[in-house]
Design a binder for this molecule. Structure first.
Ligand code: AMP
Length: 286
């Protein structure tokens, strides 16, 4: 199956123009593709006639001290992984930075609702990260003009940011969240797992999900998040995570912290450092 790879907006547009009457799905990624990304592509192809997969390491969502330069990049290998899915009507958009930001890297202004969603958790640990994410997603949506776009629940707060973005700018794009794909150990697949040593990856990193799963059970049983959060924090630091940025029980939509078990959708979110690698994960509680 041939897989067209476009590097310019003009070439992608020319390809998509005759397809506009059909349903177009979009899967934005930063490359270094793994089975989690490929699951988004498969879901997208089931839901639409054509799927555009973007591969773009977005500079505006990285802080100066973060891993923008070190982030793994291998377009050839990524294209091969997509081609091996053996699905038709897929295409790849792999632009250079100046294709996405021809007029400079201006960040969009955020609504009050967006500021509310982005003020906590990842937003607190990584100021400016979500402004960069919202900026690039808006730009990519303008270019691709998809009917539907697929995002992983792995980045749960990002999923809420993108939902809010489509509301704030009245974008005619349906947003679909896809459950996190995990290794057998429970570790969420992530491009950043490549930074981990074998021991970190096999023995310590899976404890992040194990701690979240145990805390979720505890909250469901006792109704009280506080003890569960403390136990999870202690478990993580005892196992070898040297810093826990946050572990929180939150409302799934607003992401505001909850002091007691609630019946409406709620979630545990966590971020923790293992050596030089920062891992995030989350799990549904209700
Ligand atoms: P990234 O390349 O890390 O920006 O991720 C691109 C998309 O893949 C995002 O929507 C992520 O949430 C999603 N994703 C990353 N890891 C996983 C995973 N383990 N399972 C499902 N989706 C994922």
């Amino acid at each position: 199956m041939s897989l067209p790879v476009f590097e310019t907006v003009a070439d992608l547009r020319a390809y998509l123009t005759p397809l506009r009457a059909q349903k177009i799905a979009f899967v934005p990624t930063m490359g270094a593709l793994h089975v989690g990304h490929l699951e988004l592509v498969k879901r997208a192809r089931k839901a639409a006639d054509h799927v555009v997969i973007s591969i773009f390491v977005n500079p505006t969502q990285f802080a100066p001290h973060e891993d923008f330069n070190a982030y793994p990049r291998d377009l050839k290998l990524d294209a091969q992984k997509i081609a091996e899915l053996n699905l038709d009507h897929l295409s790849v958009f792999a632009p250079r930075v100046d294709e996405i930001y021809p007029a400079g890297q201006d960040i969009i202004s955020m609504s009050d609702a967006m500021l509310e969603i982005t003020s906590r958790w990842e937003g607190e640990a990584r100021p400016a990260h979500f402004a960069g994410v919202a900026t690039v997603v808006r730009r990519l949506f303008e270019i691709v003009q998809p009917n539907v776009a697929f995002f992983g629940e792995k980045d749960f707060q990002q999923l809420q940011v993108v939902q809010q973005l489509t509301q704030d700018f009245s974008m005619p794009v349906e947003i679909v969240g896809v459950p996190t794909v995990r290794e057998a150990s429970g570790l969420a697949l992530s491009s950043r797992n490549a930074y981990l040593s074998e021991t970190e990856r096999n023995q310590i990193a899976p404890e992040l999900f194990a701690a979240l799963a145990a805390a979720a059970n505890s909250i469901r049983t006792t109704g009280r998040p506080q003890e569960a959060l403390i136990a999870a924090y202690e478990k993580l630091t005892a196992t070898g995570f040297h810093q826990v940025d946050y572990i929180a029980y939150v409302d799934s939509q607003s992401l505001a912290p909850l002091a007691a078990l609630q019946a409406q959708p709620s979630r545990l979110l966590a971020a923790a450092w293992l050596g030089k690698t920062r891992l995030i994960d989350n799990i549904a509680v209700t």
